[in-house]
Ligand binder design. Structure first.
Ligand code: ADP
Length: 176
C-alpha cells in the first residue's frame, strides 16, 4: 500500500506533483491555493491565466515554477451546500481527475491537500472518506505510485486517521 496520511505543508513537498484545491477561475485564492501561488511565484498565475478556468470536479496541470515539486495539478472542489447538490460525486471526481492527469504526465508521487474542507465547507469526515476511498482504489490498480494526503491541521489529520483506521486498518499506512 503506498497511500499515506501525513501532517504538513504541501508547498514544501518534494514530489512529482502537488494538487491545488483551486477555484474555477484558477486565478488564485485563499487557503492552500494562496500558499501555493505565493511559494511558486508570479509565473504560476501567468500559466493559470492561459488555462481559461476549470470546471468543478475537473483538473488542469501547470509547471510548478519556484516550488520544489515538478507540477501543480489544479482542481476546483465542490462548495458544500448541504450534501444534496452532487457534492460527494464532484469531490470524488476531483481526486480521479488529478490522478489521471498525474498518470498522463508520468508522475510517480503525488501529494494532495484535503480538497474542499477549508472555505468550501465540506464536512471533514465525509471528505476524508471520499478522498481515501479514491486514493486506495487507484493505488490498487496502479502499482508504483506514491500517494499522500498532506493534512495542514491536527483536526484534518485526525479525521483522515479515523477513516483510515475504520476502513483500511489491515493495510497499514506509512508513518512519517
Ligand atoms: P477549499 O476552498 O477547497 O476548501 P482551502 O484551501 O480553504 O480550500 O482548504 C483546503 C484544505 O487545505 C484545508 O483543510 C486547509 O487546512 C488546507 N491547507 C491550507 N494550507 C495548506 C498547506 N500549505 N498545505 C496543505 N494543506 C493546506
Amino acid at each position: 500500500m503506498s497511500v499515506s496520511v501525513v501532517l504538513g505543508d504541501i508547498t514544501v513537498s518534494h514530489v512529482d506533483a502537488i494538487v491545488n484545491a483551486a477555484n474555477c477561475s484558477l486565478l488564485g485564492g485563499s487557503g492552500v491555493d494562496g500558499a501555493i501561488h505565493r511559494a511558486a511565484g508570479p509565473e504560476l498565475l501567468r500559466a493559470c491565466q492561459a488555462l481559461g478556468g476549470c470546471e468543478t470536479g475537473q483538473a488542469k496541470i501547470t509547471p510548478a515554477f519556484a516550488l520544489p515539486c515538478r507540477y501543480v495539478i489544479h482542481t476546483p472542489g465542490p462548495i458544500w451546500r448541504g450534501g444534496g447538490h452532487n457534492e460527494a460525486a464532484l469531490l470524488a471526481s476531483c481526486y480521479r481527475s488529478c490522478l489521471s492527469l498525474a498518470l498522463e504526465y508520468g508522475c510517480r508521487s503525488v501529494d494532495f491537500p484535503s480538497i474542499s474542507t477549508g472555505v468550501y465547507g465540506f464536512p471533514l469526515p465525509q471528505a476524508a472518506h471520499i478522498a481515501l476511498r479514491e486514493l486506495v482504489a487507484f493505488d490498487r490498480t496502479h502499482e508504483g505510485m506514491v500517494l499522500r494526503m498532506v493534512c495542514h491541521t491536527q483536526e484534518a489529520l485526525r479525521a483522515y486517521q479515523v477513516d483510515w483506521n475504520m476502513f483500511y486498518q489491515e493495510t497499514k499506512p506509512h508513518e512519517e
